[in-house]
Design a protein around this ligand. Structure first.
Ligand code: ADP
Ligand code: 5GP
Length: 199
């Protein structure tokens, strides 16, 4: 049976350091049906980050201009910096049948879940608060003050897990990736995504 397909919008969220980026990198390497929605941010680029690959790094002025143009599906201030998901990264791709993946904070995830009824939402949980702390220190991308700020925010974020359709505990990376893959593969087969063409 010939079919046309509408892409899936996959929202992955969770506290900083839970392992979202690690799981997302794997998913994107393993599954070419997914495109990553590159967000805009006003925060400074980290050494290993590439502009327009990890984020579109922009000035506060450019961010204000995009806001005024209604260019965002959602936007939020996260750990003191501004982030936003561009409509141009998402909707056209979905119409073409491509799956689109968002790595966004719980405030943004809430907006998207409310707006996009067919989206798939997954919350990544750390195995423990202590492990979350260790991971943020091991990653070593923020200074100790910023790490404490992120850990402080994590408590409230984790309490919101019930807003998501799925939760994955990222203790063993292998198991967490297996679980994420199982969710994604089942969601791909939902009838809402298929439009049969009867010839
Ligand atoms: P997030 O994107 O949620 O902020 P990252 O993917 O950057 O988190 O992961 C935070 C740190 O934890 C990184 O140093 C990463 O290599 C490490 N990490 C991710 N998953 C695991 C895991 N299952 N076990 C141990 N360390 C992990
Ligand atoms: P980081 O600065 O460590 O890359 O990301 C900090 C937080 O911002 C993470 O929770 C990440 O998911 C979130 N984030 C990244 N892009 C966006 C976005 O476009 N919108 C929202 N709401 N959060 C984002």
């Amino acid at each position: 049976m010939k079919t046309t397909r509408k892409g899936m919008l996959l929202v992955i969220s969770g506290p900083s350091g839970a392992g979202k980026g690690t799981l997302i990198d794997r998913l994107l390497k393993n599954d070419p049906s997914f495109a990553f929605s590159v967000s805009v941010t006003t925060r400074a680029r980290r050494d290993y980050e590439i502009d327009d690959v990890h984020y579109h790094f922009i000035s506060e002025e450019k961010y204000d201009k995009l806001l005024a143009e209604d260019a965002f599906i959602e936007h939020a201030t996260v750990h003191g910096h501004r982030y936003g998901t561009l409509k141009s990264e998402v909707y056209e791709r979905m119409e073409r049948g491509q799956n689109v993946l968002l790595d966004i904070d719980p405030q943004g995830a809430r907006t998207v879940v409310d707006k996009e009824k067919d989206c798939v939402s997954v919350f990544i949980l750390p195995p423990s608060y202590q492990k979350l702390r260790e991971r943020l220190h091991t990653r070593n991308t923020e200074d100790p003050v910023e790490i404490e700020r992120r850990l402080g925010n994590a408590k409230g974020e984790i309490e919101q897990v019930g807003r998501y359709q799925y939760a994955v505990v990222n203790d063993s990376l292998e198991l967490a990736f297996e679980q994420l893959t199982a969710i994604v593969n089942a969601e791909k087969q939902r009838t809402i995504r298929y439009f049969p063409v009867v010839e």
